[in-house]
Design a protein around this ligand. Structure first.
Ligand code: SF4
Ligand code: SF4
Length: 498
């Protein structure tokens, strides 16, 4: 791949609304999926001849199916409250990355074909036909939205640009213009069971190697079991946990927690992936197929509980959609949340004394926490409103003596996306990822400069990969990013309970 030339944005001391630069990112677009990747998901292999008609028909179908989509398209009053809220606009200064402008790429076609005024007086209402140029803009700018929903927090009407972005991607798949990164990965999950395409023997080998590493490190026989029938818990985790730093340290942390709590658990080679990229391409059919693998694995293994590892969008899909798409999960033990997040599980064990953490083990760290967008704005944890913000912080504080939050307007429900979410974590979009990370990097710099922070913890595989890539662009060390369960792993006291 050709090296992408671009300048990393300068971090601003006081973030202000940037001066716009028209078409600043008009050159940015991801690789188009090959016909093989398209067809394996049931989409046309390439742009169909009558793509305009097919696209408008699909738009009509989605407008009927998702009432919210029509409401979002009809209700924008152009108040401007969302314009500077998107990290991609802040980092790229391209006006088409303002959330309202991104929506308008879709809205103008909707108006032309589905409203009276747009059909008869298109110029008056900003209605436009779906031309090749408009389709080009769709492909570029709906792949410059990580579907993070930050803009919707600031919109007085709650308009969710993410949903519009998903609809646009679904239409593009339907006419044969899908994105390579997402569609290739979804194909691997259907065929092999995980995003990495890691077959069962390689997975078993990896887990065995990790068991040996833990034994060398701690002296304890901590297991990472695979396909164990009759285990109490099925852990479904992003496949990055089997492979990359710092994800793998999180996986070791989960294993130590299960070991010390004395709870039997297993991974599944059939459902060895928590991530569900069906959401990124806006396809409930694909989401359903991927989610059904988890249900099938849970039934075959006879588990009583399903716990989801550290993955932001996977938790959103599990929390919000599993039951509808792949349920019922009525065969699980009703005494436990279904599904349950690994953070909830560890938090409960901290409360009950099921595990003991020695905070001093992390005394070399001053930690901050990155709220992952899908966890923050599309899910919950525990029984209290805002549990998705409180529980990860509680677990971190139980494992570390030194914790500092980033500035209030960049965390919790106002958190900034890492810049790599929503199916954009691909090197063909590196410039976008680096520029889109600007607001998060500025907030991080604030606590580095003022509080000496030297680690940022996350509970999302995409965030961890994105940080590892972009931190050096902003002058931070790559290994500054850690898994929350990596902190738990360092602090957990193994052996006889006191
Ligand atoms: S959903 Fe996120 S990435 Fe998309 S326009 Fe809104 S703020 Fe930007
Ligand atoms: S904040 Fe909402 S209503 Fe206002 S311009 Fe943005 S999308 Fe439209």
């Amino acid at each position: 791949m050709a090296k992408v030339e671009f300048e990393t944005p300068k971090m601003r001391e006081y973030p202000v609304i940037p001066i716009i630069h028209a078409d600043a990112m008009a050159h940015s677009q991801p690789f188009v999926a090959s016909s093989q990747h398209q067809e394996s998901l049931g989409f046309p292999g390439q742009l169909v001849d009558n793509w305009k008609e097919v696209a408008i028909d699909k738009m009509g179908e989605l407008l009927t199916k998702y009432r919210s989509l029509k409401v979002y398209l009809d209700s924008c009053v152009k108040c401007g409250a969302c314009t500077d809220k998107c990290h991609y606009f802040q980092g790229t200064t391209d006006p088409k990355n303002m959330p309202v402008a991104r929506q308008d790429l879709f809205r103008k076609v909707y108006r032309r074909h589905f409203t009276f005024a747009g059909k008869y007086f298109p110029r008056l209402v900003g209605a436009e036909d779906l031309t090749e140029q408009v389709l080009g803009d769709w492909y570029k700018y709906f792949h410059q939205c990580s579907q993070c929903r930050r803009c919707s927090v600031f919109c007085p009407y709650g308009i969710d640009t993410a949903e519009i972005s998903m609809a646009a991607r679904e239409i593009m798949d339907t006419i044969g213009k899908g994105q390579k990164y997402c569609n290739e990965i979804i194909g691997k999950v259907h065929k092999i069971g995980n995003n990495l395409g890691l077959p069962e023997p390689a997975l078993a080998d990896t887990l065995q190697g990790l068991e040996e590493d833990i034994k060398d490190d701690t002296g304890f026989d901590v297991r990472l079991p695979l396909d164990v029938k009759g285990a109490d818990v099925l852990l479904v985790t992003p496949s990055a946990d089997f492979f990359a730093e710092p994800h793998i340290d999180g996986l070791i942390g989960y294993a130590k927690v299960f070991h010390q709590a004395g709870i039997s658990w297993t991974l599944s080679s059939y459902a060895s992936e928590a991530a569900n990229f069906g959401m990124f391409i806006g396809s409930y059919d694909q989401m359903k197929k991927i989610a059904e693998r988890v249900r099938t694995a849970a039934l075959e293994l006879g588990v009583k509980r399903i716990i989801v590892g550290e993955c932001g969008h996977a938790w959103r899909v599990a929390y919000s959609f599993w039951n509808t798409l792949a349920g019922p999960f009525d065969f699980l033990d009703p005494r436990y949340p279904s599904p349950q997040h690994i953070i909830e599980f560890t938090s409960d064990l901290i409360d009950s004394g099921g595990i003991t953490l020695d905070k001093e083990a992390n005394d070399n760290r001053i930690v901050t926490f990155h709220d992952s967008c899908n966890v923050a704005r599309a899910s919950r944890m525990g029984n209290l409103p805002g549990g998705q913000f409180e529980l990860p912080r509680k677990v971190i504080k139980a494992a570390c003596n030194h914790f500092v939050d980033m500035p209030a307007d960049t965390i919790r429900e106002k958190t900034y996306c890492c810049g790599g979410g929503g199916g954009l974590l691909t090197d063909d979009l590196l410039e976008l990822r680096v520029k889109g990370a600007l607001p998060r990097m500025e907030a991080l710099k604030h606590v580095v400069d003022n509080n000496g922070v030297n680690n940022v913890a996350a509970i999302c595989a995409i965030c961890k990969s994105q940080y590892s890539k972009v931190l050096p662009y902003y002058g931070f060390p790559r290994d500054m990013i850690v898994s929350v369960h990596q902190l738990v792993s360092n602090a957990i006291v193994l052996g006889d309970k006191q």
